[in-house]
Every structure is written in structure tokens, then in C-alpha cells.
Design a protein around this ligand. Structure first.
Ligand code: ATP
Ligand code: MG
Length: 179
């Protein structure tokens, strides 16, 4: 059977596999390319939810190059033999879900509130903000949203719902991320 390194090399022969992120139902891998660490996200060929998830994330990230507090798109591989694949920046740290204490840091909360508002101003929302998709740096001084695969363009909603979606995203940040 083909190993993970061989499969990843078929997407991009310059990638070196480091580890697989466990919880994901798609393929999410830490990889190395030319001495730097990135995250490779692969949908699977017939996995409709995964394909849609990566497509939504790709659409937002290709517009969100100047926003801080997110892991930016490094490369879009498009449709590969393993489905859709993207390469993203890696943000080192601990998933908030696995922290034993709650993060009550006003500065970090404001940072992510600004990130979410900037994403809204690009015309995307319904971000499914939660602890699993938020990573805290090892020194606890920085924080990053690492999964924006739920983001939906406001074009898909009637204008009457947009304010409600924005409110819900900011509320979710307070409730589920900073508790
Ligand atoms: N850019 C990144 N930097 C650091 N860690 C990451 C990054 N991307 C993903 N991870 C880790 O891999 C896990 C799964 O990645 P991601 O959230 O993108 O996939 P997913 O299929 O939505 O998984 P889940 O259902 O657990 O949210 C994350 O919870 C996080 O721990
Ligand atoms: Mg996720």
C-alpha cells in the first residue's frame, strides 16, 4: 500500500510529510517545503463535505491575503488525484480545545474580533468559530484561526440575515473561544 509520503509527493513532489493532524475527517498534514513548515489539506476524491469545505476555505483565503489572525493560503493545487488540495501557513501552538484552562486575555480576544470583522467586510461569514479551530502560541501571546472551511459568502444569504450572521460569529467567539 502507498504510504502518506508517497501520496503527498503525488500532489507536490517538493513536500516532505511530518505528521498527520488526528481529529480531522479529511487529510490534514503538517509538511515541510524548502525548510519551512506548512499545512496541507486534502479533501478526498468523493467526499462531498470535504470538497465543499476546502472550496469555501480557498475562496475566502484567496481574498484574505492581508488579514492577520489567520493562516494564509500558500498554494492552491486545485483538483488532484486525491480531491481538492490547498497548502496553508502553519501556526505553531496548542489547539484551545486541548488547553486545561480558559483563555481570558482581552488583547487576544480583541485581535480575533478584528480578524472576524475584517472577514465580514470581505463578504464572508458563518465561520463556525470554536476552540478546535483556534490555536494559541506557545508563549500564550498570540492566537490564530486555523480553519475557515465553514465560511460562506454573504451572496448566499438574503441581506436581511447578514447582520444576524455577523452578530452570531462575534458572539461565538466570546462564548466558545474565550468562554
Ligand atoms: N494552519 C495550521 N496551523 C496549525 N495547526 C493546524 C493548522 N491547520 C490545521 N491544524 C490542526 O489540524 C486540525 C484539523 O485541521 P482543520 O481544522 O483544518 O480540519 P477539519 O477537518 O476541519 O478538522 P476539525 O473537524 O477537527 O475541525 C486542527 O484542529 C489543528 O489542530
Ligand atoms: Mg476544523
Amino acid at each position: 500500500m502507498e504510504n502518506i509520503q508517497e501520496a503527498i509527493a503525488k500532489i507536490d513532489s517538493s513536500l516532505v510529510f511530518r505528521r498527520r493532524f488526528g481529529a480531522s475527517s479529511m487529510g490534514v498534514y503538517e509538511v515541510e517545503k524548502a525548510g519551512s513548515v506548512y499545512v496541507l489539506k486534502v479533501s478526498g476524491k468523493n467526499y462531498l463535505w470535504g470538497i465543499q469545505h476546502i472550496e469555501q476555505e480557498r475562496q475566502l483565503l484567496s481574498r484574505a491575503k492581508k488579514i492577520s489572525g489567520i493562516t494564509h493560503l500558500v498554494h492552491d493545487y486545485g483538483n488532484t488525484i486525491y480531491g481538492k488540495a490547498i497548502l496553508k501557513e502553519y501556526f505553531e501552538g496548542t489547539n484551545l480545545y486541548y488547553l486545561s484552562t480558559r483563555v481570558r486575555n482581552k488583547k487576544l480576544q480583541e485581535k480575533l474580533e478584528n480578524t472576524v470583522k475584517e472577514i465580514h467586510s470581505l463578504g464572508f461569514g458563518k465561520l463556525d468559530l470554536n476552540e478546535v479551530n483556534t490555536v494559541l502560541s506557545p508563549d500564550f501571546q498570540d492566537v490564530c484561526l486555523i480553519d475557515l472551511g465553514y465560511a460562506v459568502s454573504f451572496e448566499n444569504f438574503p441581506s436581511s440575515r447578514i447582520e444576524e450572521i455577523k452578530f452570531f460569529d462575534l458572539d461565538a467567539l466570546k462564548l466558545f473561544v474565550f468562554g
